[in-house]
Design a protein around this ligand. Structure first.
Ligand code: XUL
Ligand code: CO
Length: 445
């Protein structure tokens, strides 16, 4: 990858190249644990983690929040010509991808193109951006983890995209998805994501929820059909989130997405992109959502970030919890590792972190966290105590009446008669939670 690197914009020019220097390095731009070529359980770290930098938080956001204006003053935010600004932003983005030496990136259509108002302008502007992205990818060797359409920011989507009461707006959303999916296909993207930010309601008083679910289900079927029509071999992913910006979002959690896919006959066609902060917003843990996705066989990819436990919204901070990341990595390794998916930093620096180096160091720290979590997870698997405990806890279901119940080859009379004939009170055993937590503490470094 390093052979292809190009550096064209001035913004990151004063920053050094990030590379692996080992745990004792004193360099703030060095990786201490992420050695992309280090082999862990048969694959390099780079292949395991498939790390990705996102366009939106890192290059599009100007630092504004609902109470105040942006203070980042990135050069591409200061330019008057929107086309030149979009081009400068794309160039700066690839400079950071190269500086970090991570294999993947992700984008929404509107992140990479000059703003457009009409449908025709949208198509032309995105197409110009994709031509340029193709060149930047060829010269840098960076790859696309996923593309997506932003069907939530423009005011036309205030009442939803595919779930809008006005089908003309749903059609506009269809245009954006077709163009973004075609672009993702052309750029060799590994996945295509749909985050349905406005597909929900602010008040049930004005919402026909049954009809909106049908609109969303039928729309998703069109996306899947188009994927096959153009021969896109990546996965289509839905990104669950319970609320924000809407009060209620249709695809709240991994489990609700799974039920939704079953209802609309899309099982086997669509997987999930799980975001840590969306899980916690739903009152769930990241590990829960990851385990649930593997259990339901819809695991796709990950958006890495974290919330702030003291405030309840999607703060999209860079991850920093080794225990959480280790348990998540353990689930991934135990399930056979990443396939098309990867780990996308859907994370942003804080509003006061206005320097170019903040953009680099936020990623470098999080990359090291994940690399260390991978090593911890490997140690957990080799240690074996956690897996053995679970295995032995369910051993009774391997034969006898347990196996029959699981196979669905018995009836309630037989089950009840088994209890009667054995005629003893089955004894509870310890779940050993504290001991299990001790084992985790011993193995998280
Ligand atoms: C919003 C969110 C999005 C998706 C892509 O909370 O996570 O950035 O990842 O649309
Ligand atoms: Co996300």
């Amino acid at each position: 990858m390093t052979d292809h690197q190009t550096a064209s914009s001035a913004y990151f020019k004063s920053l050094p190249q990030a590379r692996y220097e080992g745990p004792d390095s004193k360099n703030d731009f060095a990786y201490r644990y992420y050695d992309k070529n280090q082999v862990v359980m048969g694959k390099t770290m780079e292949e395991h983690l498939r790390l990705s930098v996102c366009f939106w938080h890192t290059f599009c956001w100007d630092g504004s929040d609902v109470f105040g204006a942006g203070g980042f003053n990135r050069p591409w935010h200061q330019m008057d010509d929107p086309k030149a600004a979009a081009k400068a932003k794309r160039e700066a983005a690839f400079d950071l991808f190269n500086l970090l030496d991570l294999p993947f990136y992700s984008f929404h259509d509107v992140d990479v193109m000059a703003p457009a108002e009409t449908a025709q302008e949208h198509v032309a502007s995105l197409s110009e951006a994709v031509d340029h992205l193709e060149e930047l990818m060829a010269s840098s060797g960076r790859k696309l983890l996923w593309g997506t359409a932003n069907n939530f920011s423009h005011p036309r989507y205030m009442a939803g995209a595919s779930t809008n009461p006005n089908p003309e707006i749903a059609a506009f959303a269809g245009l954006q998805v077709r163009e973004a999916l075609n672009a993702t296909h052309r750029l060799g993207g590994a996945n295509y994501v749909l985050w349905d930010g406005r597909e929900g309601y602010d008040t049930i008083l004005n919402t026909n929820i049954g009809q909106e679910l049908d609109q969303l289900g039928k729309f998703l079927a069109l996306v899947v059909e188009h994927k096959h029509k153009i021969g896109f071999t990546g996965d289509i992913l839905i990104e669950p989130k319970p609320h924000e910006p809407t009060k209620h979002q249709c695809d709240s959690t991994v489990q609700t997405v799974h039920s939704f896919l079953q209802r609309y006959g899309l099982e086997g066609e669509v997987r999930v992109n799980i975001e840590a902060n969306h899980a916690t917003l739903a009152g769930l843990s990241f590990e829960h959502e990851v385990d649930m996705a593997f259990a339901l066989d819809i695991f796709g990819s990950l958006d890495l970030n974290r919330g702030d436990p003291q405030n309840g919204w999607d703060t999209d901070q860079f991850p920093n919890d080794m225990r959480e990341m280790t348990l998540m990595m353990k689930s991934i390794l135990s399930a056979g590792g990443m396939k098309n998916g990867g780990m996308n930093f859907d994370a942003k620096v804080r509003r006061q972190s206005i320097a170019a180096e903040d953009l680099a160091q936020s990623h470098i720290g999080a990359v090291d966290l994940i690399a260390r979590a991978l090593l911890n997870a490997e140690a957990m698997i080799n240690d074996g105590r956690l897996d053995q405990f679970k295995e032995q806890r369910y051993a009774g279901w391997k034969d006898g009446i347990g196996a029959k119940m699981l196979a669905g080859s018995t009836n309630l009379d037989e089950v009840a008669d088994f209890a009667l004939s054995s005629n003893h009170a089955p004894a509870p055993v310890s779940g050993r939670q504290e001991w299990l937590e001790n084992v985790v503490t011993q193995l998280v470094r």
